[in-house]
Design a protein around this ligand. Structure first.
Ligand SMILES: [Zn+2]
Length: 472
């Protein structure tokens, strides 16, 4: 399993930065050329590999048009061909679905799947039509990146302990030296991304090399409930990632306020442009409506939230060898757009990060992640199984006359779902409700339980939030 690391440059001499920007711009033209020639239906028919593209360009002199060093354009061709392949693979997933809808005949299906896999869909009218529909003609929009092969750069530490990365420039044997604001030297193929006067160095490392991957996992089975105030609450009653709520709320407030201000400025600029004051409109656009600072702030916020969530998951894995959690991935299969409302947008994104963190940390530290059906886990009492009322962070069970902490109650229910004989991962929502109701009805009329595990597990939360009305 690979993970991407990013090293940032320290403040860079403007002359050097400009030279890198120029190199990235020229390589952007290489990318555009690759997309233009090989990124469409016509291109894939020839089924070229990046090495063949390189040989052709060398033979017909295409490479000389760009004014960059040999290795730079070759690596860029390889990178752009990989992007095209990813684009094509995504289209094929859609066509795969279309084939499933088109025919139920297994032989016909098999024939089409095989043709699709072997890129021989051009001869089949249905497949060709579907490919044209789903394989949108891609266009290169990347002109701020430089890909550097592992043997083409070097790193060195100067007398003051600063790490320098030297990468090829536009002229042979003249390296551009970039000061980095880290002491960990990047390894493998590098992707330099030039943004706002800084260089981001993206590279991949094997996850097993990470220090956090070497920490052993715990030995227990723990259920977790995802939340927004805390990233996770576990079935022992412990919260993890407690700053998440504050982070999300303050970001939401900040975004609302900023968007309001930007809308106002935009209307001032538009009015000025209408009145003929184009200089003023331009000034506002350049000075007040830029994106550099906005993007940097957004990136910083994302990094903070990710750290909070990953730390929370690590804390859970510290004590668990098996983590039981709601299946958070299932609503992310479609390519639905994120909602427009800021709060819901942040919540949807946070859920995706939590899913990623649970999967990645479990995999790296050797714990098992068991996804379960979480339907009604926040609406039923973990002790008696009855439906209760949730208000804020409290859960009232009228059956037991107890108030639980809502997230803890849900986490314990999730833990129990792992061994539930009736409720499987894909049991529909309404069916789950029926099963839960049947269990409590049986309980009430004191009928023996025939076909399921006891609905009233003996364990209870270690930290229940007992109310004054508790009958015990
Ligand atoms: Zn109860």
């Amino acid at each position: 399993m690979k993970v991407t690391r990013i090293a940032y440059s320290a403040r860079l001499n403007p002359g050097k930065y400009a030279a890198l920007v120029e190199q990235a711009r020229r390589l952007g033209r290489v990318r555009s050329e690759v997309w233009q020639r090989y990124g469409s239906i016509a291109g894939v028919g020839s089924g070229l590999r990046d090495r063949q593209v390189r040989d052709r360009w060398l033979a017909d002199g295409t490479h000389a048009l760009f004014g960059v060093l040999a290795n730079a354009w070759k690596e860029t061709v390889r990178d752009a061909m990989a992007d095209i392949a990813a684009n094509l693979a995504a289209a094929k997933v859609e066509v795969h679905r279309a084939i499933g809808r088109r025919t139920k005949d297994p032989l016909e299906r098999k024939r089409m799947f095989t043709a699709l896999r072997a890129d021989q869909w051009a001869g089949d009218p249905f497949l060709a039509r579907q490919m044209r529909k789903h394989w949108k003609r891609g266009r290169n929009r990347t002109d701020d990146q430089i890909v550097v092969r592992a043997d083409k750069y070097n790193t060195a530490v100067d007398g003051r302990g600063r790490l320098w990365l030297a990468v090829p420039g536009l002229e042979p044997r003249k390296m551009v030296r970039i000061p980095l604001s880290t002491t960990v030297a990047p390894t493998g193929t590098l992707r330099l991304i030039l943004r706002g006067g800084r260089v981001e160095v993206h590279y991949q490392i094997d996850a097993s090399q990470m220090r956090s991957s070497q920490r052993p996992c715990g030995d227990r089975t723990i259920g977790v409930d995802k939340g927004y105030t805390e990233a996770l609450t576990d079935s022992d009653g412990a919260p993890h990632g407690c700053n998440l709520g504050v982070l999300l709320a303050s970001e939401s407030d900040r975004l609302k306020e900023r968007n309001r201000r930007r809308a106002k400025l935009r209307s001032v600029a538009n009015t000025a442009a209408l009145c003929g004051d184009h200089a003023k409109a331009h000034r506002i656009k350049v000075n007040n409506l830029g994106t550099v600072k906005r993007d940097r702030q957004a990136a910083r916020h994302r990094a903070r939230v990710r750290t909070e969530i990953f730390t929370a998951v690590h804390e859970v894995v510290n004590k668990a060898t098996t983590v039981i959690a709601e299946d958070l991935t299932k609503r992310f299969t479609g390519r639905k757009k994120l909602p427009k409302n800021i709060n819901r947008r942040l919540a949807a994104w946070t859920k995706g990060v939590t899913a990623e963190a649970l999967k990645s940390v479990s995999e790296r530290r050797g714990s098992a992640l068991v996804p379960v059906n979480a339907a009604y886990t926040s609406q039923t009492c973990h002790r008696c199984g009855r439906f209760g009322r949730r208000s804020g962070d409290r859960f009232h069970c009228t059956g037991c006359g107890v108030v639980w902490q809502a997230d803890v109650n849900a986490a314990i229910n999730i833990l129990h779902r792992a061994g539930d004989p009736d409720i499987a991962l894909h049991t529909p929502y309404h069916r789950v409700k029926q099963i839960l109701q049947d269990r409590t009805d049986r309980h009430r009329t004191r009928l023996p339980v025939q076909d399921s595990s006891p609905a009233t597990p003996g364990r209870r939360a270690n930290h229940p939030n007992r109310s004054a009305m508790s009958k015990e």
